[in-house]
Design a protein around this ligand. Structure first.
Ligand code: GLC
Length: 480
């Protein structure tokens, strides 16, 4: 079979730029696909040349400059190339991308211009390179307009005929609403797809979904959820009607980078066989935070963006109701200023057992995964979620809402205690969390049950290879 040429379009790719899970996925999936396909796949990443990339400063070189027209406006673009794990990474720059910019401005006109021009420029870059792509794999609203542009602005352009398209949905509520003014000024026109609700006919993510040959949600359960009013953000009916092109593939994690046996960020490395070593990490953490130093006290941890999506308020409400039980709690993360304030308040009130570290720090994150016994993940919705996978691998059992990828990756205690890897609950609020955490704390005391669950969790595999083979199947099916 001929080599398949895939252009993978994304706003973020770790380690160059990572705001959230999209960055992890975009930095890991293309290399996994490339390795798996063993020469049969020429996959290349394309992303904006953000300030974050500049700061990371990977070796890169200018390939060239080209100008294209959008709605009569000439857009001068610079194209650079770098590499992540053997996969070429094209970096695009133009006046609206402006490589001093943050990954996301948070200003809708600026973001609309940045990602609108990015979506057009990434197609023009393929033309400039004279690289015939078979498949465009775009991610989230930021690149969704490239899929739409292929079916509209570029529909009769001979260079782009026959390209198949995939749109990956990492987070449906972030649909690009607000970029309409920018889209108009770049010459995009509303969709004529009668199945889209009116508001969605000129909103980036729904436009991409409607134009794509295949839509992939980041977990099978999320693919089902987005067809319901609760999670569908107003396009559930569209998705239900076009269910044949919607599927879900669970993300993976890099099991070599996330391995408690070798992780250099943690003081005492451990494995299932040498699980005693794990508790040394907890003792160190207790000492460092001025908590009671005692291996028997369960350590609760959370590593998360502080946002409502992540259900953080339910933690602050549930913990005081459990104050009579022994536990300690450490949170790491930044985000919503109001949630940061609540975090500081609760840790000041219970400084002997609660610590909230308001920053993002990879080393501390790893220390928390390693030191923790129970990992709290009370997300209101979670398309996939990666932290629960990291936590399980480090023997830190998740207590999580039964939603999206959490339900796909965690095996609940109540279903089968012998096989379980964590605790899931349905009621997405502080009461649900409190009840589930009570069960987890009780099982923690059980010297037989807990080690079995911890072993199951550490043995659960979420490698990228498994996910990549599912993506590759879809690539091949689309092109067959
Ligand atoms: C988004 C989702 C998260 C998912 C990640 C990568 O950040 O909120 O659940 O794991 O994308 O797909």
């Amino acid at each position: 079979m001929d080599t398949i040429n895939v252009l993978f379009a994304t706003a973020e790719a770790a380690p160059f730029a990572k705001v959230g899970g999209l960055g992890d996925v975009s930095g890991a999936l293309p290399p996994a696909l490339r390795n798996l396909a063993d020469g049969a796949l020429d996959i290349r990443i394309i992303m904006p040349f953000h300030a974050a990339v500049k700061k990371h400063n990977p070796p890169h070189r200018l390939i060239g400059k080209f100008t294209f027209e959008a709605n009569g406006r000439a857009i001068e673009t610079e194209l650079f190339v770098s590499e992540i794990s053997g996969v070429p990474v094209y970096l695009l720059d133009n006046e609206s991308i402006n490589h001093d910019s943050p990954v996301y401005h948070g200003d809708w006109f600026l973001d609309g211009m940045k990602y609108g021009t990015f979506s057009l420029a990434l197609l023009e870059a393929a033309r400039y390179l004279d690289w015939k792509i078979d498949l465009l794999h775009a991610n989230d609203w930021h690149a969704a307009l490239s899929v739409y542009a292929l079916k509209t602005i570029y529909a009769i352009d001979p260079f782009f005929t026959g390209i198949k398209t995939i749109l990956s949905v990492h987070n449906l509520p972030f649909n690009g609403w607000g970029s309409q003014e920018a889209m108009s000024s770049l010459g995009f026109e509303p969709s004529s797809d009668p199945d889209l609700p009116d508001w969605a006919k000129f909103t980036p993510l729904p436009l991409g979904i409607s134009a794509a040959d295949q839509v992939i949600a980041v977990s099978p359960n999320y693919a089902r959820e987005i067809m319901t009013p609760e999670y569908g953000c107003g396009i559930e009916e569209y998705l239900r009607k076009h269910a044949e092109k919607v599927t879900g593939i669970l993300n993976g994690i890099d099991e070599t980078l996330w391995d408690p046996a070798t992780d250099s960020a943690i003081a005492s490395n451990f494995t299932i066989e040498k699980i005693e070593e794990k508790s040394r990490n907890k003792l160190d953490l207790q000492k460092a935070l001025g908590f009671e130093v005692n291996p028997d006290i369960p350590m609760l941890t959370t590593v998360s963006r502080l946002s409502h999506q992540k259900g953080i308020p339910s933690i602050f409400k549930a913990l005081p109701s459990l104050i009579d039980l022994p536990w300690q709690f450490v949170l790491l993360g930044t985000g919503d200023p109001e949630l940061e304030r609540q975090a500081s308040e609760i840790s000041a009130l219970h400084s002997d057992r609660i610590a909230c570290i308001l920053k993002y720090d990879d080393v501390i994150a790893r220390m928390l995964y390693a030191s923790g016994d129970i990992f709290l993940m009370p997300s209101l919705y979670e398309p996939c979620g990666l932290s629960q996978m990291f936590a399980m691998r480090y023997g830190n059992l998740p207590v999580a809402t039964s939603t999206g990828g959490l339900a796909d990756s965690i095996l609940d205690f109540s279903v089968d205690p012998k096989k379980a890897t964590g605790f899931l609950y349905d009621e997405k609020n502080e009461t649900g969390l409190e009840q589930s955490l009570r069960i987890a704390l009780r099982v923690y005391e059980d010297k037989n049950e807990w080690p079995i669950m911890r072993r199951n969790a550490m043995n659960a595999h979420f490698s990228w290879q498994i996910s990549a083979s599912k993506y590759l199947d879809i690539y091949r099916k689309l092109l067959a």
